[in-house]
Design a protein around this ligand. Structure first.
Ligand SMILES: *[C@@H]1O[C@H](CO)[C@@H](O)[C@H](O)[C@H]1NC(C)=O
Ligand SMILES: *[C@@H]1O[C@H](CO)[C@@H](O)[C@H](O)[C@H]1NC(C)=O
Ligand SMILES: *[C@@H]1O[C@H](CO)[C@@H](O)[C@H](O)[C@H]1NC(C)=O
Ligand SMILES: *[C@@H]1O[C@H](CO)[C@@H](O)[C@H](O)[C@H]1NC(C)=O
Ligand SMILES: *[C@@H]1O[C@H](CO)[C@@H](O)[C@H](O)[C@H]1NC(C)=O
Ligand SMILES: *[C@@H]1O[C@H](CO)[C@@H](O)[C@H](O)[C@H]1NC(C)=O
Ligand SMILES: *[C@@H]1O[C@H](CO)[C@@H](O)[C@H](O)[C@H]1NC(C)=O
Length: 339
């Protein structure tokens, strides 16, 4: 009995310990199940972002504006209005490389055919517009494409046109001019005039390209434009908007915008004639006709680099004395980057 007595309270204590332990285990179990359910529900939302979004924030791919469409592979395509054949395609290359998900632009202030936003990164808008062609009174259908950076001024916006779908023409003077155009190669270069003999873009340049399938691209003059062709990747002609130290200074820390018009017509000649007439300014007058009619005399043939005021005057007097026809005198002392 002496031994039993202390045993009873002992058993009583262990029973209470057991109850506490069971209670604690239940608490832990319930908490664990709670956390699991909570995490799972979070994962469900995460794994199913699109369907959980309110319907007004859903994007219905492809986005379309007339014959232009943008699909969820971030490729912009222009289709022939009748045959639906591809006129060209272009990759929204900077977005394809990013993992930010797009949402439609909110609100009515965005009155565009297409407006989609990659939050904090970029907003892309497309609007159709019809231009009057003064030459023949016809209409030209174009799409205004604007890709605006939303993050910071050193963002790079890049649209790369696939050159294996159409032949492209236009652009700039280059030292080697392969035909077709898409056989040329150019590493990413600032799209400004320079010296083609040292491998840069040459002295004649337009922000204008036309495709054999009957489409044209005209880039806005205020885009801080860079350009590459078949470099580093074959088959792509890339238009890039970015600011840098030189020559596109950005003292106001503006966000770069890549902005261009895509225009369409039945064939290359037609789209070129219409774009040239409706969108590209013509000279207002003509220079003195003798500039086209009579020879340009260059000092180079006779004097090479050894020219000065007296040799130029001597040369001009000799032309007059021999009664040669003349319009301009060109002073050529070889190339120098100083002027
Ligand atoms: C869903 O959205 C959340 C928050 O925006 C994001 O962290 C998550 O990665 C997204 N899930 C998927 C599958 O895209
Ligand atoms: C649109 O509005 C919703 C809700 O107000 C917001 O969550 C979303 O980020 C907005 N999207 C854009 C692109 O502004
Ligand atoms: C886009 O085009 C529509 C007509 O197609 C026009 O009403 C609207 O104002 C245009 N939006 C902008 C921002 O120019
Ligand atoms: C142009 O490129 C095509 C395809 O790569 C090639 O077959 C052709 O020889 C090239 N032409 C020239 C002039 O380089
Ligand atoms: C023009 O070419 C010269 C010589 O290659 C180079 O030093 C200069 O930076 C170029 N200018 C631009 C704007 O690229
Ligand atoms: C260009 O388009 C063709 C045909 O759609 C495709 O086979 C090719 O992979 C594309 N090229 C690039 C560089 O994306
Ligand atoms: C101009 O160049 C010619 C030929 O090199 C030379 O004879 C003449 O002295 C030079 N005149 C002047 C003013 O430098």
């Amino acid at each position: 009995m002496e031994q039993d007595k202390p045993a009873k309270p002992e058993r009583g204590v262990s029973k209470r310990v057991e109850q506490v332990l069971v209670f604690c285990m239940l608490v832990v179990l319930v908490a664990t199940i709670g956390v699991v359910v909570w995490q799972t529900s979070k994962l469900n939302i995460g794994g199913d972002n699109n369907s959980k979004q309110p319907s007004e924030h859903k994007i219905h791919w492809p986005l379309t504006a007339g014959n232009l469409e943008i699909d969820n592979d971030y490729t912009l395509r222009l289709l022939n209005s009748q045959s639906k054949a591809l006129k060209f395609s272009a990759a929204l290359a900077d977005l394809a490389a990013s993992n930010v998900r797009p949402t439609p632009c909110n609100g009515t202030e965005w009155n565009y055919n297409i407006c989609v936003e990659w939050s904090g990164k970029e907003r892309l808008t497309v609007n159709t517009s019809a231009y009057f062609v003064p030459r023949d009174g016809s209409a030209l259908t174009c799409y205004e494409v604007t890709a605006k950076a939303l993050g910071c001024s050193n963002q790079v916006i890049q649209h790369c046109f696939n050159t294996s779908i159409a032949h492209w023409y236009g652009g700039y003077a280059d030292k080697f001019q392969y035909w077709p155009f898409e056989n040329n190669t150019r590493r990413l270069s600032v799209y400004v005039v320079n010296d083609s003999y040292v491998g840069d873009i040459g002295g004649v340049i337009e922000r204008y390209f036309v495709a054999s399938t009957g489409a044209g691209v005209l880039l806005d003059h205020d885009v801080p434009l860079y350009y590459s062709l078949n470099h580093p990747k074959q088959g792509l002609m890339c238009f890039v908007a970015k600011f840098d130290k030189y020559p596109y200074f950005n003292i106001d820390s503006e966000l770069p915008v890549l902005k261009y018009k895509i225009c369409e017509s039945d064939n290359l000649k037609d789209v070129h004639m219409k774009m040239a007439n409706a969108l590209i300014d013509k000279p207002q007058g003509i220079p003195d006709k003798s500039l086209f009619k009579y020879p340009i005399w260059s000092t180079w043939a006779q004097y090479k680099k050894n020219i000065n005021q007296s040799t130029v005057m001597e040369f001009a007097n000799a032309i007059l004395q021999h009664i040669f026809s003349h319009a301009q005198i060109e002073i050529d002392d070889d190339w120098t980057p100083r002027y």
